[in-house]
Ligand binder design. Structure first.
Ligand SMILES: Cc1ncc(COP(=O)(O)O)c(C=O)c1O
Length: 462
């Protein structure tokens, strides 16, 4: 295995972390200007090979695409030792959560395909994340980070005695996943939550050993208090154990396992569309990158069109996408050449605040997990939509409810956030953008929990 199969750099300014840095998570130049600084992991797809193995654990199966693996091999760690490291982590995850990571199911749903009027040639493919670790896809992002942290210690980039505590701001699926994984990794986690965080979630986080810090709004201070406290904690040296590429660029890579799995499960056949619900944008960013790499590595015939779903309550990604499109020569719909898209995005990323800023009003929706007031990973997601010819959809509350009712017919217990991609697909079918003989995938990302019947509360920040 060649060492330099992947590299890390800031998509906004080109900054490259120094070699052998234990925590190459955030651009050193972030916070000093209006540039959109996000570290990205770049895979050399000319040199890599798409793994054809059948290992049930995605972090083992797709290890040869991961930066932590490249780092480990470069430092002389053996493949066996790397696999054992993952095996040990998985046993700890299972001890904490009752299950470890495994490839999650993808299949054509006959009931949804019929209900949405697809022909036998086309249909709706559902990737079911509801039985994944802690009940959502979020743990994928964080398991990728945990493996990186373990490898960094194993190869001597940092000693276990010097390890920093982990931190996250969330009171939803991301916090629950972070608490499980921090516990499994034997690491201390501080979770910043709003004062009105759901009591059941807070109790579970504490049960998992996390230090939960309620963050009241300071008079006169603008912005989310939990996020502001997180930023202070990170500035003081905590490791961002978050599901946002803007805080930790390597968080995206673990999420890419969902796309790699889809590529393997399609077994050489293609997909025409994938419809992904967007909060902070890490999931869609991971799908865009993972599917692009899978296509470049020949695992799928081509990239599906990436469509995204936000609610009428808040759609900062749709707003940003519209503004970036206006920079393009044609300005219209349809796929854009990668070079043109990159040029427009590079220009937009130099003036972030003209494209992405907090949604002005406090959003409400039954899809509480996608109410983030900013789409932190907007650049990568807009890029994915532009180059594949996808659309940023904004769906109504009725549509979200309809989709959740349809999702229940599959027998998968998805919550309204988890089934929001299906709401987008309903809109796309109605508009004739997705034809009856086409193949479209949706991700049922979050399990219905006891509290989902409660009226929608404020944004759960993922
Ligand atoms: C179940 C579920 N699906 C999708 C999302 C959206 O993911 P992202 O914030 O990465 O866009 C979230 C975020 O909280 C979620 O909880």
């Amino acid at each position: 295995m060649k060492a330099a199969l992947s590299s890390i750099r800031c998509a906004g300014c080109g900054w490259v972390p120094p070699a052998r840095q234990a925590y190459p998570f955030r651009c050193a130049r972030a916070d000093h200007d209006d540039v959109d600084h996000v570290l990205v992991r770049i895979l050399d797809t000319a040199a890599a090979r798409f793994p054809g193995g059948l290992e049930p654990d995605p972090f083992v199966r797709y290890r040869s695409l991961m930066h932590a693996y490249h780092m480990a091999m470069d430092a002389g760690l053996g493949d066996d030792e790397y696999q054992q490291l993952i095996g040990a982590l998985e046993r700890s995850v299972a001890a904490v959560d009752g299950r470890g990571f495994g490839v999650t199911p993808l299949s054509r749903s006959a009931v949804l395909s019929d209900r949405l009027g697809f022909s036998p040639a086309g249909g709706v493919w559902v990737k079911d994340e509801t039985a994944n670790v802690s009940g959502s896809h979020k743990g994928r992002h964080l398991m990728g980070l945990l493996i990186h942290l373990e490898v960094a210690e194993r190869i001597g980039l940092i000693s276990a005695g010097d390890r920093s505590d982990l931190a996250i701001a969330s009171c939803g699926n991301a916090a629950l996943a972070a608490a499980v994984l921090a516990r499994a990794g034997g690491r201390r986690l501080r979770v910043f939550v709003p004062v009105d965080a759901e009591a059941g979630v807070v109790a579970r986080l504490r049960q998992l050993g996390s230090d939960v810090v309620p963050c009241p709004r300071e008079p006169g201070a603008a912005g989310d208090p939990a996020y502001l406290r997180l930023r202070e904690e990170l500035a003081a040296g905590a490791v961002p154990f978050t599901c946002q590429g803007s805080e930790n660029g390597l968080a995206i890579e673990g999420g890419q396992t969902i796309a790699y799995e889809i590529a393997s499960q399609l077994a050489g056949t293609g997909l025409d569309h994938i419809v992904v619900q967007v909060g902070g944008g890490a999931l869609a960013s991971a799908c865009a990158a993972g599917l692009r790499e899978a296509a470049e590595l020949g695992a799928i015939p081509g990239e599906p069109r990436l469509h995204t779903v936000q609610t009428t309550g808040a759609h900062p990604l749709e707003r940003a996408c519209r503004r970036v499109r206006a920079l393009l020569p044609a300005g219209g719909a349809g796929p854009v050449r990668r070079a043109d898209a990159e040029r427009a995005l590079a220009s937009a990323a130099r003036h972030r605040s003209a494209y992405m800023w907090p949604w002005e009003s406090e959003p409400k929706s039954i899809a509480t997990g996608i109410l983030d007031d900013e789409t932190y990973d907007w650049r990568a997601v807009v890029g994915g939509m532009l180059t594949t010819g996808g659309q940023p959809l904004v769906v109504s509350e009725d549509r979200l409810a309809e989709a959740n009712g349809l999702a229940a017919m599959t027998g998968i217990p998805a919550d309204p956030t988890g089934s929001a991609g299906l709401a987008g697909l309903l809109d796309l079918r109605e508009a004739g953008v997705v034809a009856a003989d086409e193949r479209a995938a949706v991700l049922f990302t979050g399990v219905r929990r006891g509290s989902d019947t409660a009226p929608p509360g404020p944004a759960d920040r993922g």
